[in-house]
Design a protein around this ligand. Structure first.
Ligand code: SAH
Length: 220
């Protein structure tokens, strides 16, 4: 049984400090801030790193992958809910499931794809511990999206392609939004692409650094 309070209780001040940092960096949505406050990030990390869970940094989760930085999770989540309540969200790059946990409390249903089997399984366990049941998991290469579950009100990609995959654009609902880091290894732009009918508008939200979006799936 994982410890939901434990570190969470002893580091309440550290958690509040993180919230302050998110607000200082411009996160305004009270809904997002409340969810960030009540989502225990330490349960997503190995015990040896759990004491760093409430620092505003990405941390390793094995397989050369990372848990996203809280500020980036908050920023992407805020972009998802900007236009109000949302029904279906597709996430590409489940990782340990931290961003999934935040989005699952903002949307009615979440579909999430991860190419590394072990991480997908771990995320399932973590999200079960949190009691979140509105999530469907898939172990696959997510760069083609999840056509038979679409169209989606929002798609978030937590790994960076060099170019926006066309398939993701076509799986956006009318009025839907794609939030995606695009670029090379060391520098990417976090883009917000909005669909209105057959028109797509693009805006750059931030500079970010995500792991790359890779092709194919990994069976371990
Ligand atoms: N969302 C996570 C961050 C995970 S890091 C969090 O909140 O912490 C990005 C993840 O994307 C990694 O687990 C990586 O394996 C996965 N990934 C990379 N390319 C992918 C692809 N083509 N399809 C699905 N997942 C992919």
């Amino acid at each position: 049984m994982q410890n939901l309070s434990g570190i969470g209780m002893t580091s309440q001040r550290t958690r509040e400090r993180l919230l302050g940092r998110l607000m200082d960096q411009g996160i305004q949505s009270m809904e997002v801030l409340d969810i960030m406050r009540s989502t225990p990030r330490h349960i997503f990390l190995d015990e040896a790193l759990a004491h760093r869970a409430y620092e505003d940094v990405a941390l390793p989760i094995g397989h050369n992958q990372t848990i996203s930085q809280p500020y980036v999770v908050a920023r992407m989540s805020e972009a998802v809910v900007k236009t109000g309540a949302i029904d279906k969200v597709l996430e590409i790059g489940t990782g340990c499931g931290y961003q999934t946990a935040v989005i699952a409390r903002l949307a009615r249903r979440v579909f999430t794809i991860e190419r590394i089997k072990d991480l997908s399984e771990r995320a399932k366990t973590n999200l079960r511990v949190l009691g979140l049941r509105n999530i469907e998991f898939k172990h696959d290469d997510g760069s083609l999206g999840w056509a038979d579950r679409g169209p989606f009100d929002a798609i978030i990609t937590t790994a960076a392609p060099r170019q926006v995959p066309i398939e993701l654009l076509s799986q956006l609902a009318d009025g839907g939004r794609l939030i995606i880091p695009v670029g090379g290894k060391d520098y990417q732009e976090l883009k917000l692409i909005c669909r209105e009918g057959s028109q797509y508008t693009e805006q750059v939200l931030d500079e970010v650094r995500f792991v790359p979006l890779l092709m194919g799936q990994v069976q371990s």
